[in-house]
Ligand binder design. Structure first.
Ligand code: PCA
Length: 202
């Protein structure tokens, strides 16, 4: 199977985004039985969704798995739903802070993600990695690119399953901060994401 795996550039007050590091590492090391194609998306309300859809058009993958950082999650989180809402708590990397706007005017309220989320969850747990199923990817770029992709696939009648997975901070991102934010090592996250991808490939 050809799988498009994406991450995001750093955003906010951090110069690290673990999702980009995971994509780089797994792209370099490979996963048995999977042809991985990768992209790192800009945290930009216009270029983020456009580049994701362009990557799907360029590579014609059999499945799409998008990764991003969730700054307060203690575990990996598989997103089951993307909602038609932009409500940015911070600016994107182009300075846009959008409040209460739809992603697609007159579009549906939400889409379910379309990869086998339960099997993905169970595979990561079996590999010993903390993971949960989540009902909200928030209302920032991660939710936006997921909604935009699912809307594109639905309206273009493309039967390509797609899903978003949030990952926690890396330990080096929280070390020295005042609050005790949760984190997970890059090695552990990569074990979990590898198990998730193997479950998609089964
Ligand atoms: N996380 C943000 C956007 C980019 C990223 O890695 C989010 O959760 O929306």
């Amino acid at each position: 199977m050809k799988l498009l795996l994406t991450g995001f550039e750093p955003f906010g007050d951090s110069d690290i985004n673990p999702s980009a590091q995971i994509v780089a590492r797994l792209g370099r090391e490979g996963i048995a039985g999977v042809e991985l194609v990768t992209a790192v998306l800009p945290v930009d309300r216009h270029r983020g969704p456009t580049q994701l859809i362009q990557a799907v058009q360029d590579h014609a993958p059999g499945a799409v798995l998008c990764l991003g950082l969730a700054d307060n999650r203690p575990t990996i989180a598989i997103e089951r739903v993307a909602i038609n809402l932009l409500d940015f708590g911070i600016t994107d990397n182009d300075g846009n802070q959008i409040v209460d706007e739809p992603i697609v005017a007159d579009g549906p309220a939400a889409y379910f993600t379309t990869l086998p989320t339960r099997a993905m969850h169970d595979a990561a747990l079996a590999a010993g990695v903390p993971i949960q199923l989540s009902l909200s990817a928030g209302a920032f770029l991660c939710n936006q690119v997921t909604f935009a992709l699912l809307h594109h696939l639905a309206t273009a009648s493309l039967a390509i399953p797609a899903c978003f997975v949030h990952v926690p901070y890396l330990p080096e991102q929280v070390a020295g901060k005042k609050s005790s934010l949760p984190s997970m090592s890059l090695a552990t996250i990569c074990v979990g994401i590898t198990a998730v991808i193997q479950a998609i490939n089964n």
